[in-house]
Design a protein around this ligand. Structure first.
Ligand SMILES: [Zn+2]
Length: 588
């Protein structure tokens, strides 16, 4: 190489250096932006679903206890878990399976206190299979201890999509919540992700940074202070729904009262809220006490009378977490003077937690009944106008695109997606079906049917009932018994068909003819009340048809003057669709 060439090469090196530094800086900036905005991996196909049928191994055991330790690290949005799961073996097994999000890697598993080799277990897309050191026979016990940890799935729009919510209070303190109804318990603890499985006792030990509180399900066993200042909150709960097991962390304050029940027991009523809201908290606490007294008088004893009634303020709207319901309605004022969100979630202690659907296909038993309790409560507070107005609002969003109950197994996702299932109709149409049923069979038969469905008996008292699973078929049978006649036609048309029955009326001379038109011509002997010039009469409609005499051509006729009947209403549908299209164009 000549001298000239060497000088040129040196110059190139010198020219090149600042560009290299700039390039490295740019890459670093891009990397930081990417890290800050990185998308979390999508949930595994199995993990995203809840209500998948149990595996043979899962059906071979009773899931009796879950002792769950969660080390919650808001700074890193991380949890480390230690779960001790207790099973009673019902049929011989050589291996066991449970569900856990594969994004929470398992560090170790021990069976009956013996650490297993890593090769003895694997997490295959969210289904963990553990080969036991020796087969188990019926009657034996099995304990699995699972150590795991990582960054749990983050919910972007809780509670409609599930996961952790890592929020902050106004003062910048951590405010953490979980809501996993749609995806299931396997988003943060090893469980059987199916509503058919309720673990007998769930104990939680929630470790949180200094200065934060962790209210949870059931009874408080105690709070330990660790040597580094963190605290461990120990709770135990009886038979919670697995999606109702919840973690809530914030610098909470506690508003508390003792409730004296008409059933003779006394119990704490607790509201955990953010600092600075003492006045609103006392208001909500008073409403909680008033609501439990009304629900006990209307439905029956509060199912968790030996634990507590609990509500916790959350960064998301709400969720029916057993004895620690999530509340995020921000004390919104309403002309009815009641908080619908607290009322709705609280109703799930009966419809959802005490009586749980045996399959997600029967989810209207949670949401239809739960949604009916708001009009019922308003009716108690304000009389008929409040009840009717609340029902009228619910009526306006009924879609009638899919049957409320399909009659086959469905996952939560299939039920809730408006493209595949009834979605919002399990709330509003479910509520209206109950309203119409009540009008048909009367208050006495209606509320006795509800009570029997919830408790499995008509005379519930604290101590004489257990949490149970319900179904639409069972409720149909109970209501038929209480009404002393078969109501199959009622449930077939309203719940098992998408379209509503249509009442066709024709006036000819001095006669008004009425006829029910139903999908597939199904029988529908629904009586219809008619007011003619203010004079009311009930047309039996036993064959789906009936006639009424009309005195003169100028008579004023009102069909169903008390709005008892859920039926096809074209004007209502046009309004609903118009509202929906206006909402759609406003949001694009
Ligand atoms: Zn609900």
């Amino acid at each position: 190489m000549s001298d000239e060439a060497s000088v040129a090469a040196q110059r190139r090196r010198v020219d090149w250096a600042p560009w290299a530094i700039l390039g490295i800086l740019a890459l670093a900036v891009i990397a930081i932006i990417w890290l800050a905005n990185r998308k979390q991996p999508p949930l595994a196909a199995r993990t995203v679903k809840t209500g998948i049928p149990l595996t043979t191994e899962q059906r071979s055991v009773d899931f009796q206890t879950a002792d769950l330790t969660f080390d919650v690290q808001p700074g890193d949005k991380r949890i480390d878990g230690h779960a001790v799961l207790g099973f009673l073996v019902k049929a011989p097994i050589a291996r066991l399976q449970f569900d856990l999000d594969p994004e929470l890697p398992i560090k170790s598993i021990a069976a009956d206190g013996r650490a297993l080799q890593d090769s003895a277990w694997k997490n295959d897309g969210g289904l963990v299979t553990v080969n036991l050191p020796a087969p188990k026979t019926a009657g034996e016990k099995l304990t699995l201890a699972v150590d795991y940890g990582g960054h749990p799935h983050i919910a972007r729009r809780a509670p409609w999509d599930g996961g952790f919510v890592w929020a902050h209070t106004k003062e910048g303190k951590p405010w953490v919540a979980t809501a996993v109804e749609g995806e299931g318990c396997d988003l943060f603890w090893p469980c059987f992700d199916n509503s058919r499985v309720e673990v007998g006792t769930v104990t939680q030990h929630i470790i949180v940074p200094k200065g934060l509180a962790a209210p949870s399900n059931g009874k408080l066993l105690g709070i330990d202070t660790l040597s580094d200042g963190r605290t461990r909150w120990n709770w135990t709960a009886r038979s919670p729904n697995n999606y109702a097991v919840a973690i809530d962390v914030a610098p909470y304050k506690l508003a508390r009262q003792t409730y004296q029940s008409r059933y003779g027991y006394r119990m704490p009523v607790e509201y955990w809220y953010l600092p600075g809201e003492d006045k609103q908290a006392q208001g909500l606490l008073a409403e909680m006490v008033r609501t439990i007294a009304f629900f006990e008088a209307t439905i029956g004893p509060y199912p968790w009378w030996d634990e507590k009634m609990g509500v916790v303020e959350t960064p998301h709207l709400g969720m029916e977490h057993q004895t620690i319901n999530a509340y995020g309605n921000n004390y919104k004022l309403a002309p009815e003077g009641f908080d619908w969100l607290m009322n709705h979630e609280f109703s799930h202690e009966w419809f959802g937690n005490q009586m749980t659907n045996g399959d997600w296909d029967d989810m209207w038993l949670h949401e239809g009944f739960g949604s009916y309790m708001q009009p019922v409560t308003i009716g108690w507070l304000h009389g008929r106008m409040g009840y009717d107005e609340a029902m009228w609002k619910q009526r306006q969003t009924i879609a009638n695109k899919f049957p409320v109950v399909s009659g086959r197994h469905q996952t939560e996702e299939e039920v809730y997606r408006p493209e595949t299932g009834p979605a919002n109709d399990i709330y509003v149409k479910g509520s209206w079906v109950l309203h119409t049923l009540r009008g048909l069979i009367g208050d006495q038969a209606f509320w006795t049917s509800v009570r029997r469905e919830v408790y499995g008996r008509p005379d519930p008292r604290p101590g004489n009932f257990q949490p149970r699973f319900g179904s639409t078929n069972e409720f149909e049978a109970i209501a038929s018994q209480e009404a002393h006649r078969s109501l199959k036609w009622f449930f077939d048309v309203y719940l098992r068909q998408a379209h509503l029955p249509r009442l066709v009326t024709t006036r000819q001379g001095n006669t008004l003819a009425l006829q029910w038109k139903t999908p597939h011509g199904l029988p529908f002997p629904m009586p219809v009340e008619v007011a003619i010039d203010g004079n009311r009469q009930v047309v039996p409609m036993t064959s789906g048809r009936g006639t009424v005499a009309v005195p003169n051509p100028f008579s004023v006729i009102t069909i169903d003057p008390d709005s008892k009947l859920l039926r096809q209403d074209d004007a209502m549908d046009r309004f609903r669709d118009d509202q929906a299209s206006k909402r759609a164009s406003a949001s694009t």
